[in-house]
Design a protein around this ligand. Sequence first.
Ligand SMILES: [Zn+2]
Length: 747
Amino acid sequence: MRKISLPLFFLLSFIIVSDVKAKENTAPLIPFPEKVEWLEGKFLLSNETGINVKSNELYRYFISKVNELTGLNFTLKYKPDLNNEVIIKIDSSLGGSNKEFYLLTVSEHIIEIASSFEEGLFRGMQTFFQLIPASVKTVKNGSTVDIPCCKITDKPAFKWRGLNLDCTRHFMTKEFIKQYVDILAYYKFNILHLHLTDDQGWRIEIKKYPKLSQVGSLRKETDGSLYGGYYTQYEIKEIIDYAKSRFITVVPEIEMPGHCLASLAAYPENSCTGGPFEVTNKWGVFNDVYCAGRDSTFYFLENILDEVMELFPGKYIHIGGDEVPKDRWKACPRCLARIKAEGLKNEEELQSYFVKRISEYLNSKGKDVIGWDEILQGGLAPGAVVESWQGMQGAIEAAKLKHYSICSPFAYTYLSNDIESLDLHLTYLYEPVPPGLPADEKKYILGGEASLWTEETLQNEVDGKLFPRLLALSEVFWTNSKNKDYEEFHSRVRKVYNDLTAVGIQYGQESKAISFSSSYNALRKEFMVNITLGQEEFIIHYTINGSEPDSTSAIYNAPVKIIKPSELKISAYMNGHFTGKKIDLLFDFHKAVNAKLTLTERYDDQYRACGDETLIDGIRGSNDFHDGLWQGFYGVDFEGIIDLGKEKNISEVIPRFLSDSNSWIFLPASVEISLSDDGKNYSDAKVIENDIPEKNPEILFKDYKASYDNRSARYIKVFAKSIKQCPAWHPAVGEKAWLFIDEIEVN
Ligand SMILES: [Zn+2]
């Protein structure tokens, strides 16, 4: 009985060593699968490996993709090789009706990918490709490849995992789109949403209306040059077929009734005024939209949609529906006559009539519409899917009405947002299911989409905008939320950069240029400030005496200690030049620093500043609400309770709020401050009213100061009454208003 006679420590050390070995024998998989077990050992993939795939199409795809990634060229073998073989097989006992479920096992002799459906096999192949080390993908010299042994079971959290590419503001070539189809497939996306028409360009050939591409695809830039491009129907077909072979559905978006200047420039008779119009070179929202009073407009759009439906085999056609100004309709006799004849209440209902009429047409051809969340206004057409972009409210309303939705809130999924307002971490925090949605309504959340709007982005800048944040959304849409962990994800992203470089993706930043964290030591009465950089090449120069740092100022190389009220100014330099990136931190040693703060309503993740303790961290914000020091509350009042830990003498409580009405940020109408000894009974309430006119375009702060005559208290309650909605005079009337607060100073 030799085995049981082994000393215990020997057994233990054996187990530990094997665990470490298995841990080293891993690959950075994104999106992370449902279940992964890393095992010891490797499979040696070489030109001699047998490839056993029943489906011809998948076989061709598999060997060409492996060749592309590694340089290996498999030779066709007629006999199975049970010692070194890749088997890709349909096994109808797996995964139930989930077409994307797959099983991937790698042992030293056999690699097996199995699923009930070809789609699952395809997803499993992508995981297999990610097991190939980045070093191999870099040299591609066709030598033997080590694949780590493992056992993976996987299926997606959401069935709609998309990328919306805006090819109107800036055009992208067919070849480029096809490259992105491969990239999307690699990260297990299954929807490519093409934004094909807008004010700045019409990008799809319509045979019945040739002027759409002849006139509508070209715009005159401010320097007089012509900019444009469009896809012929033949090219569209090529993109669709290519995507289909990668199990990606292409969803076309044909915008209506707004965002249609390019179409009206070609056929002005579909407008209210009759034109003439130009394809615009400006960004924004324009008043000229399709006339809802003319039947001929509807026939025109139906004819276009006939050709679109002929090309795109998917179930859904996206008809936009967002940002439709009603000015022209209000002044158009035909539109007003339509409102009367159809018994509609107003122009909002006319928009709903428009969308419903087009939806019914598409329904009659067996298709369903998708529209941005404005299509909820005035009621949804049967079968309509809402793409919720302004927030999650559209998805919540749609689910209540038993309609499906796609969750693409701009704050988390618009990768056109710059990294300062949407970094990798915030992107990863996104959850497509709105919190609090009843269980029986969750099934109406199909999934989500990343969007790249290209006003500021040329084709050669797309990689830098999408990556690495698209990796976060790949995981948000695929990975079960209970398996999500940012730190762990981030460690995989660091490794995946080698993969991205190997396939030529020029990824951009993952975090703000300068980030900081600070901690306060109450015993020593000092702050320690830690600075991290978005780019390794940056050098930080800083000052703590209020002067602007220059290239001769102190260089940051260890946490900065702050021992008295001071202004820490931090500037990022590169190659001796100021990059324009800087942060100013004003340190204040007040009585609430390091206290405990409880918030009644949570701040918005997009403006979370430094998180829960931001408002009592002793650091003041600048007049830029993006500076990472201001915390934002969206459409709600603010209430915070500070627990000082013990009773202290209080002479002043000063919460500071920001006003920046152009950014929908308004001062609270009033702030009420009250004190308590036990945290239950509050007294000494002082109400401070806002005395600054709401309609103030300037950026300014207001201190809502409450003075006390050295009253002793442990708890301080601050309640700020938000105006909640942008007021009547504001361009965003009725939209939610922001409250921004950076500190509650207690003296
Ligand atoms: Zn009209």
